[in-house]
Design a binder for this molecule. Structure first.
Ligand SMILES: [Zn+2]
Ligand SMILES: [Zn+2]
Length: 289
Protein backbone atom coordinates (compact mmCIF):
# COMPACT_ATOMS: atom_id res chain seq x y z
CA UNK A 1 0.00 0.00 0.00
CA UNK A 2 2.77 2.38 1.05
CA UNK A 3 4.70 1.56 -2.11
CA UNK A 4 1.67 2.55 -4.16
CA UNK A 5 1.33 5.91 -2.43
CA UNK A 6 5.01 6.62 -3.04
CA UNK A 7 4.73 5.61 -6.71
CA UNK A 8 1.64 7.73 -7.13
CA UNK A 9 3.34 10.75 -5.57
CA UNK A 10 6.58 10.31 -7.52
CA UNK A 11 4.74 10.14 -10.84
CA UNK A 12 2.16 12.83 -10.10
CA UNK A 13 4.23 15.28 -8.09
CA UNK A 14 3.95 18.08 -10.63
CA UNK A 15 0.15 17.99 -11.10
CA UNK A 16 -0.34 17.72 -7.31
CA UNK A 17 1.84 20.77 -6.69
CA UNK A 18 0.42 22.83 -9.54
CA UNK A 19 -3.13 21.92 -8.53
CA UNK A 20 -2.59 23.19 -5.00
CA UNK A 21 -0.63 26.23 -6.16
CA UNK A 22 -3.25 27.47 -8.62
CA UNK A 23 -6.16 26.43 -6.38
CA UNK A 24 -4.94 28.31 -3.28
CA UNK A 25 -3.67 31.20 -5.41
CA UNK A 26 -7.07 31.68 -7.05
CA UNK A 27 -8.83 31.42 -3.69
CA UNK A 28 -6.60 34.04 -2.04
CA UNK A 29 -6.69 36.34 -5.09
CA UNK A 30 -10.49 36.42 -5.02
CA UNK A 31 -10.49 36.90 -1.22
CA UNK A 32 -8.10 39.87 -1.63
CA UNK A 33 -10.50 41.45 -4.11
CA UNK A 34 -13.53 40.93 -1.92
CA UNK A 35 -12.00 41.88 1.43
CA UNK A 36 -8.62 43.68 1.13
CA UNK A 37 -6.70 44.59 4.31
CA UNK A 38 -4.62 47.49 2.94
CA UNK A 39 -4.59 49.70 -0.13
CA UNK A 40 -1.85 48.62 -2.56
CA UNK A 41 1.00 51.03 -3.27
CA UNK A 42 1.90 49.74 -6.74
CA UNK A 43 -0.56 48.69 -9.45
CA UNK A 44 -1.61 45.09 -9.27
CA UNK A 45 -0.80 44.47 -12.94
CA UNK A 46 2.84 45.53 -12.48
CA UNK A 47 3.26 43.67 -9.19
CA UNK A 48 1.68 40.47 -10.39
CA UNK A 49 3.47 40.23 -13.73
CA UNK A 50 6.86 40.87 -12.10
CA UNK A 51 6.40 38.84 -8.92
CA UNK A 52 4.89 35.90 -10.78
CA UNK A 53 7.50 36.30 -13.52
CA UNK A 54 10.13 35.70 -10.85
CA UNK A 55 8.20 32.71 -9.48
CA UNK A 56 8.03 31.01 -12.89
CA UNK A 57 11.65 31.81 -13.66
CA UNK A 58 12.64 30.24 -10.30
CA UNK A 59 10.61 27.08 -10.92
CA UNK A 60 12.31 26.71 -14.27
CA UNK A 61 15.84 27.19 -12.88
CA UNK A 62 15.13 24.90 -9.93
CA UNK A 63 14.00 22.07 -12.23
CA UNK A 64 17.07 22.60 -14.36
CA UNK A 65 19.57 22.57 -11.48
CA UNK A 66 17.87 19.99 -9.26
CA UNK A 67 15.61 17.89 -11.49
CA UNK A 68 14.96 15.25 -8.82
CA UNK A 69 14.14 17.92 -6.19
CA UNK A 70 13.38 17.18 -2.54
CA UNK A 71 11.23 14.13 -3.34
CA UNK A 72 14.10 12.59 -5.28
CA UNK A 73 16.40 13.21 -2.33
CA UNK A 74 13.93 11.53 0.07
CA UNK A 75 13.71 8.48 -2.22
CA UNK A 76 17.50 8.35 -2.43
CA UNK A 77 17.88 8.61 1.38
CA UNK A 78 15.33 5.78 1.79
CA UNK A 79 17.23 3.59 -0.67
CA UNK A 80 20.50 4.19 1.13
CA UNK A 81 18.96 3.84 4.57
CA UNK A 82 20.13 7.34 5.49
CA UNK A 83 18.53 9.56 8.09
CA UNK A 84 16.81 9.15 11.43
CA UNK A 85 13.50 7.68 10.23
CA UNK A 86 15.18 5.23 7.83
CA UNK A 87 17.33 4.09 10.70
CA UNK A 88 14.91 3.69 13.58
CA UNK A 89 11.66 1.82 13.24
CA UNK A 90 8.85 4.34 13.66
CA UNK A 91 5.15 3.92 12.79
CA UNK A 92 4.59 5.50 9.39
CA UNK A 93 2.12 8.18 10.51
CA UNK A 94 4.35 9.19 13.41
CA UNK A 95 7.38 9.55 11.15
CA UNK A 96 5.30 11.54 8.66
CA UNK A 97 3.86 14.00 11.20
CA UNK A 98 7.19 14.42 13.02
CA UNK A 99 8.98 14.98 9.68
CA UNK A 100 6.60 17.74 8.62
CA UNK A 101 6.96 19.49 12.00
CA UNK A 102 10.76 19.12 12.10
CA UNK A 103 11.16 20.35 8.51
CA UNK A 104 9.02 23.36 9.41
CA UNK A 105 11.38 24.09 12.32
CA UNK A 106 14.37 24.03 9.96
CA UNK A 107 12.63 26.45 7.61
CA UNK A 108 12.09 28.75 10.59
CA UNK A 109 15.76 28.42 11.54
CA UNK A 110 16.82 29.11 7.97
CA UNK A 111 14.64 32.22 7.93
CA UNK A 112 16.26 33.52 11.14
CA UNK A 113 19.66 32.83 9.58
CA UNK A 114 19.00 34.71 6.32
CA UNK A 115 18.10 37.75 8.42
CA UNK A 116 21.17 37.47 10.65
CA UNK A 117 23.93 36.81 8.11
CA UNK A 118 24.58 39.91 5.96
CA UNK A 119 25.43 38.09 2.72
CA UNK A 120 22.28 35.97 3.02
CA UNK A 121 20.18 39.00 3.92
CA UNK A 122 21.20 40.41 0.53
CA UNK A 123 19.32 37.54 -1.09
CA UNK A 124 16.40 37.58 1.33
CA UNK A 125 15.82 41.34 1.02
CA UNK A 126 14.29 40.68 -2.42
CA UNK A 127 11.37 39.12 -0.54
CA UNK A 128 11.21 42.08 1.86
CA UNK A 129 11.70 44.84 -0.73
CA UNK A 130 8.13 44.34 -1.96
CA UNK A 131 6.40 47.65 -1.16
CA UNK A 132 3.09 45.85 -0.81
CA UNK A 133 2.02 42.64 0.78
CA UNK A 134 -0.20 40.25 -1.12
CA UNK A 135 -0.50 36.64 -2.28
CA UNK A 136 2.29 37.10 -4.85
CA UNK A 137 4.72 38.31 -2.15
CA UNK A 138 4.53 34.84 -0.61
CA UNK A 139 6.34 33.22 -3.53
CA UNK A 140 8.67 36.10 -4.42
CA UNK A 141 12.23 35.05 -3.52
CA UNK A 142 15.53 35.59 -5.28
CA UNK A 143 16.56 32.64 -7.45
CA UNK A 144 19.75 32.13 -5.43
CA UNK A 145 17.74 31.98 -2.19
CA UNK A 146 15.46 29.35 -3.75
CA UNK A 147 18.52 27.27 -4.71
CA UNK A 148 20.05 27.74 -1.25
CA UNK A 149 16.78 26.61 0.35
CA UNK A 150 16.84 23.45 -1.73
CA UNK A 151 20.41 22.63 -0.69
CA UNK A 152 19.49 23.12 2.98
CA UNK A 153 16.39 20.96 2.45
CA UNK A 154 18.58 18.21 0.94
CA UNK A 155 20.77 18.26 4.04
CA UNK A 156 17.77 18.11 6.38
CA UNK A 157 16.28 15.23 4.38
CA UNK A 158 19.56 13.29 4.53
CA UNK A 159 19.68 13.67 8.31
CA UNK A 160 15.98 13.08 8.88
CA UNK A 161 15.11 10.38 6.32
CA UNK A 162 11.45 11.50 6.13
CA UNK A 163 8.79 9.43 4.30
CA UNK A 164 8.39 10.64 0.70
CA UNK A 165 4.75 11.48 1.42
CA UNK A 166 5.85 13.80 4.24
CA UNK A 167 8.21 15.72 1.96
CA UNK A 168 5.49 16.41 -0.61
CA UNK A 169 3.01 17.18 2.15
CA UNK A 170 5.47 19.59 3.75
CA UNK A 171 6.16 21.41 0.49
CA UNK A 172 2.50 21.66 -0.46
CA UNK A 173 1.60 22.93 3.05
CA UNK A 174 4.46 25.46 3.03
CA UNK A 175 3.46 26.73 -0.39
CA UNK A 176 -0.20 27.00 0.61
CA UNK A 177 0.41 28.67 3.97
CA UNK A 178 2.92 31.12 2.44
CA UNK A 179 0.29 32.26 -0.05
CA UNK A 180 -2.35 32.41 2.69
CA UNK A 181 -0.32 34.36 5.24
CA UNK A 182 1.13 36.84 2.72
CA UNK A 183 -2.26 37.69 1.31
CA UNK A 184 -3.84 41.09 1.69
CA UNK A 185 -6.97 39.80 3.39
CA UNK A 186 -8.95 40.82 6.42
CA UNK A 187 -9.79 38.13 8.94
CA UNK A 188 -12.15 38.82 11.84
CA UNK A 189 -10.11 39.47 14.97
CA UNK A 190 -11.46 36.52 16.91
CA UNK A 191 -10.85 34.14 14.00
CA UNK A 192 -7.28 35.45 13.70
CA UNK A 193 -6.69 35.01 17.43
CA UNK A 194 -7.75 31.37 17.41
CA UNK A 195 -6.20 30.51 14.07
CA UNK A 196 -2.77 31.80 15.08
CA UNK A 197 -2.58 29.23 17.82
CA UNK A 198 -1.96 26.62 15.12
CA UNK A 199 -1.18 28.56 11.94
CA UNK A 200 0.67 31.74 10.95
CA UNK A 201 -2.04 34.20 9.90
CA UNK A 202 -1.73 37.15 7.47
CA UNK A 203 -1.74 39.66 10.36
CA UNK A 204 0.97 37.71 12.16
CA UNK A 205 3.38 37.50 9.21
CA UNK A 206 2.66 41.05 8.02
CA UNK A 207 4.46 42.29 11.17
CA UNK A 208 7.59 40.60 9.77
CA UNK A 209 7.36 42.75 6.61
CA UNK A 210 7.39 46.02 8.56
CA UNK A 211 10.06 48.61 7.73
CA UNK A 212 10.88 48.79 11.47
CA UNK A 213 13.93 46.70 12.38
CA UNK A 214 12.54 45.21 15.57
CA UNK A 215 9.31 44.23 13.84
CA UNK A 216 11.12 42.67 10.88
CA UNK A 217 13.13 40.61 13.34
CA UNK A 218 10.06 38.87 14.67
CA UNK A 219 7.50 36.31 13.44
CA UNK A 220 9.86 34.25 11.28
CA UNK A 221 7.42 31.33 11.02
CA UNK A 222 5.77 30.41 7.72
CA UNK A 223 3.40 27.59 8.68
CA UNK A 224 3.56 26.84 12.41
CA UNK A 225 3.48 29.82 14.82
CA UNK A 226 5.02 27.89 17.72
CA UNK A 227 8.73 28.42 17.01
CA UNK A 228 8.45 32.20 17.39
CA UNK A 229 6.57 31.82 20.67
CA UNK A 230 9.04 29.23 21.91
CA UNK A 231 12.16 31.22 21.03
CA UNK A 232 10.91 34.67 21.98
CA UNK A 233 10.58 36.20 18.51
CA UNK A 234 6.80 36.49 18.59
CA UNK A 235 5.20 39.92 18.20
CA UNK A 236 1.43 40.14 18.17
CA UNK A 237 0.80 43.36 16.18
CA UNK A 238 2.71 46.18 14.45
CA UNK A 239 3.01 49.41 16.50
CA UNK A 240 1.50 51.56 13.73
CA UNK A 241 -1.38 49.14 13.14
CA UNK A 242 -1.92 47.06 10.02
CA UNK A 243 -3.24 49.95 7.96
CA UNK A 244 -0.70 52.49 9.23
CA UNK A 245 2.47 50.39 9.11
CA UNK A 246 4.99 50.79 6.28
CA UNK A 247 5.85 47.63 4.35
CA UNK A 248 9.32 46.98 2.92
CA UNK A 249 12.92 47.91 3.71
CA UNK A 250 14.47 51.35 4.07
CA UNK A 251 17.28 50.94 1.55
CA UNK A 252 15.03 50.06 -1.41
CA UNK A 253 11.95 52.24 -1.94
CA UNK A 254 11.90 52.78 -5.72
CA UNK A 255 9.77 50.76 -8.11
CA UNK A 256 12.86 50.12 -10.23
CA UNK A 257 14.20 47.86 -7.45
CA UNK A 258 11.06 46.82 -5.65
CA UNK A 259 8.57 46.12 -8.41
CA UNK A 260 10.42 45.35 -11.64
CA UNK A 261 11.98 41.94 -12.22
CA UNK A 262 15.45 43.04 -13.43
CA UNK A 263 15.82 45.26 -10.35
CA UNK A 264 14.70 42.47 -8.02
CA UNK A 265 17.24 40.08 -9.48
CA UNK A 266 19.95 42.73 -9.06
CA UNK A 267 19.15 43.67 -5.43
CA UNK A 268 21.60 41.17 -3.83
CA UNK A 269 24.49 42.75 -5.73
CA UNK A 270 23.69 46.38 -4.97
CA UNK A 271 25.73 48.38 -2.44
CA UNK A 272 28.39 47.34 0.02
CA UNK A 273 27.40 45.73 3.29
CA UNK A 274 29.18 48.61 4.99
CA UNK A 275 27.08 51.21 3.12
CA UNK A 276 24.00 49.39 4.13
CA UNK A 277 24.86 49.60 7.82
CA UNK A 278 25.73 53.30 7.44
CA UNK A 279 22.48 54.00 5.58
CA UNK A 280 20.48 52.49 8.35
CA UNK A 281 22.34 54.46 11.00
CA UNK A 282 21.90 57.67 9.02
CA UNK A 283 18.23 57.05 8.56
CA UNK A 284 17.80 56.43 12.26
CA UNK A 285 19.72 59.61 13.16
CA UNK A 286 17.56 61.67 10.86
CA UNK A 287 14.22 60.20 11.80
CA UNK A 288 14.37 58.98 15.35
CA UNK A 289 15.56 61.83 17.52
ZN1 LIG B 1 12.13 37.48 6.28
ZN1 LIG C 1 7.31 36.99 4.08
Amino acid sequence: MLMNINDFIMTNEMPIRLGFFFGIFALMAVWELVSPRRRLHTSKVIRWTNNLGLVFFNSFVLRLVFPAAAVGMAAFAAEQGWGLFNYINTPFWMAAVASVVIMDFFIWLQHVMVHAVPVLWRLHRVHHADLDYDVTTGARFHTLEILLSMVIKFAVIMLLGPPIVAVVLFEVILNATAMFNHSNVRLPETVDRFLRLILVTPDMHRVHHSIEDDETNSNFGFSLPWWDRLFGTYRAQPRAGHEGMTIGIRTFREDKWCSWLPGMLAIPFVGKVQDYAINRRQWRDEHEQ
